[in-house]
Design a protein around this ligand. Structure first.
Ligand code: PLP
Length: 413
């Protein structure tokens, strides 16, 4: 197998042989030679139906013609200016128009950068030091958010990575998802909290869905304590529909982070929100943030093309949801209880019922998941290789693809 050979050499060239840990599938990952539509073509000559889609950005599928044309057209004009360009305004206008909470935006190059800056901005605005995140929630790979799940809500955070110093994460507090009491409990005893950051729908553990009224109550509690609410919509932005989770659930955060889909598959991030808060960002204000590749014309071109397509074809969201439901219906009854689906995000947890938080998700039978994942690969279907990563569908998945995926779920389970 060519992939095996490449990986053997890669392990000498790059730590673990990969550029990001989740890709280090055991015993070796397949290498992708090219991708088109719903398919990945591997270096081993396989053609796989892709339900990972770059971990979310590719809602239009691989190499969608509309996005490709925009990227190609942009290359004619150069791909990095180091100066402002009009495309920044175009994408900014779209994000502002689609999200009632967003008055201003700052483009960055990744979701990690966006959440790091949003937390800094919240601290700069409030003058407070602590922030709260969801236990097990993922906001990228910067120091402040790399905290062990289960460290306890009111105690100091424990680093989840060597090299992260306790002094940094002692300002990171955690609450379980869907637990309003825990949130109120912290805020009643701590007046040094700048912000509560959460994925409104927990995409990184699942998906795990909010209880009825949870997000609205979170908004109320944070407002009562004058704590900024940051929605991390890096996954859910334009995935759950135009306007993301905040429009779907009718809850208005103070700040929002975006990434993934808003770059049409090219690297991007964005933090955004209320004008009075955003105005504190440098050079307008004292909260420093900068980046060589921020607002680069290629990512903006791809993002603008992608968002235009989504606007012009709004009906695609209900079709995507229907396709995910078809897959859910194919699951044998004994396993059905663990199926979760929202729009084009779906996952089968190997447990009896959908989890409500990270600790419940962790009770899933990961060995069973692993067996299932390998069987699905043999059927030519690439699912994200973890029980705790969301599966995605794209507009490029045809009815035949969906039927093939559904059939594979049914037989592999
Ligand atoms: C919710 C969320 N926030 C932030 C990030 C980090 O984004 P990036 O990988 O672009 O740095 C991710 C990445 O998966 C994410 O899912």
């Amino acid at each position: 197998m060519r992939s095996e050979k490449l990986f053997t050499e890669a392990k000498n060239l790059m730590p673990g042989g990969v550029s990001s840990p989740v890709r280090a599938i055991k015993p070796y990952p397949f290498y992708t030679r090219s991708a088109a539509g719903s398919r990945l073509m591997t270096e081993d000559g396989e053609c796989l139906i892709d339900c990972c889609l770059g971990y979310g950005p590719l809602i239009l599928g691989h190499a969608h013609p509309t996005v490709r044309e925009a990227i190609c057209a942009c290359t004619e004009d150069g791909w990095l200016y180091g100066t402002p360009a009009e495309k920044e305004l175009t994408l900014a206008r779209m994000l502002i128009a689609d999200h009632p909470s967003v008055d201003m935006v700052r483009f960055v190059s990744s979701g990690s950068e966006a959440t790091m800056a949003a937390i800094r901005l919240a601290r700069g605005f409030t003058g407070r030091e602590d922030f709260i995140k969801i236990e097990g929630g993922f906001h990228g790979a910067h120091d402040g958010v790399l905290i062990k799940a289960g460290s306890g809500a009111t105690t100091m955070g424990v680093p989840d990575s060597a090299g992260v110093i306790p002094d940094v994460v002692r300002h990171t507090l955690q609450v379980p998802y869907n637990d309003l009491e825990a949130l109120s409990g912290i805020l009643e005893n701590n007046d040094n909290v700048a912000a509560f950051i959460l994925e409104p729908v927990l995409g990184n553990v699942g998906p795990i869905l909010p209880d009825d009224g949870y997000l609205a109550e979170v908004r109320k509690i944070t407002e009562e304590h004058d704590v900024l609410l940051i929605f991390d919509e890096v996954i859910t932005g334009y995935r759950l529909g135009i306007g993301g989770a905040q429009v779907k659930y009718g809850v208005t955060p103070d700040l929002t982070t975006f990434g993934k889909i808003i770059g049409g598959g090219l690297p991007i991030g964005c933090f955004s929100g209320r004008r009075d808060i955003m105005q504190l960002t440098a050079p307008a204000g004292p909260v420093y943030q900068a980046g060589t590749f921020s607002g680069n014309p290629l990512s903006l071109s791809a993002g603008i093309a992608c968002l235009k397509y989504l606007h012009d074809n709004r009906g695609l969201y209900s079709k995507l949801e229907k396709n995910a439901q078809i897959i859910g219906e194919s699951i044998p009854w004994a396993r059905k209880g663990g199926f979760v689906n929202l729009g084009s995000m779906f996952k089968l947890f190997f447990r009896n019922a959908p989890p409500r938080n990270y600790l419940e998700a962790k009770e899933s039978d990961t060995q069973a998941f692993s067996l299932f994942w390998n069987k699905m690969m043999k059927k030519g279907i690439f699912l994200p290789p973890s029980q705790f990563e969301t599966n995605f569908l794209s507009v490029a998945h045809t009815d035949d693809d969906v039927a093939t995926i559904a059939g594979a779920y049914s037989s592999c389970l």
